[in-house]
Design a protein around this ligand. Structure first.
Ligand code: GRF
Length: 222
């Protein structure tokens, strides 16, 4: 059997992608990066992908000459590069339904808050942490979840709590959460690669993957 292959979609700086690259290099994450795709030609994620020798593509409606062509390119790349798992790492666009159908129950995302709090419409990037601070939350965290057509509502695979120190700014909260994202995302992806998390057949979004072995092996506590 060949190596487990992940495609990574990212729009921004790509620190989560870099954290995965680092764990692949250290031998802790037994996967290959099939390719990295960004809707943003200036994305740091594309640079980071190229720097490690991974295939990197800018794909957007603009670059391809229409939304339909961009979707066709995405599914073609997933086929051509034989991606086993689609990892969203700060991808700011909705994943087209054709891509979700092609990768059914094999798309994961990381969200920088404890869903369902601070998720959905309007809660992306810095806005999430602004919301947490404005509301006076004493705890926030991260959520790694399966992606279905209703973006932030897929089955939750892992959540971790991050305490909010009194008086923190949104930037400070964001930095604390991001550090934990880097510590945890690779572990969930490793669990897919090793079979500790198993995608399930079927269309029930609440039963997209069997995560019981993975959770049983985690240290207890948040
Ligand atoms: C992360 O906070 C992630 O949770 C969210 O987008 C951000 C991406 O950051 N979905 P980076 O590009 O990986 O640095």
């Amino acid at each position: 059997m060949g190596a487990y292959r992940i495609a990574v979609f990212a729009s921004g700086g790509g620190s989560n992608l870099q954290a995965l690259i680092d764990r692949i290099r250290s031998g802790e994450l037994p996967v290959q990066i099939a390719f990295v795709l960004s809707n943003n030609s200036k994305s740091g994620a594309l640079e980071k992908a190229r720097a490690c020798g991974a295939a990197a593509y800018h794909v957007s409606a603009q670059s391809e000459g229409g939304e339909g062509k961009a979707v066709a390119r995405m599914t073609a790349l997933l086929d051509e590069h034989k991606a086993d798992l689609l990892v969203l790492a700060g991808y700011m666009k909705p994943v087209p339904s054709e891509v979700l159908a092609r990768m059914r129950n094999r798309v994961v995302n990381i969200h920088p808050a404890l869903l369902p709090a601070f998720g959905g419409q309007g809660y992306y990037g810095h806005k999430v942490h602004e919301g947490v601070v404005a509301r006076g939350c004493q705890y926030t965290g991260l959520t790694i979840h399966m992606v279905n057509a209703r973006y932030d509502e897929g089955q939750i695979l892992l959540q971790r709590i991050v305490p909010v120190p009194p008086g923190s700014t949104a930037d400070e909260v964001g930095a604390l959460v991001l550090k934990q994202e880097h510590a945890w995302y690779w572990q969930v992806i490793r669990a897919f690669a090793t079979g500790a998390i198993r995608p399930l057949p079927g269309d029930d979004p609440s039963r997209a993957a069997d995560v019981s072995d993975f959770l049983a092996a985690l240290p207890s506590g948040p």
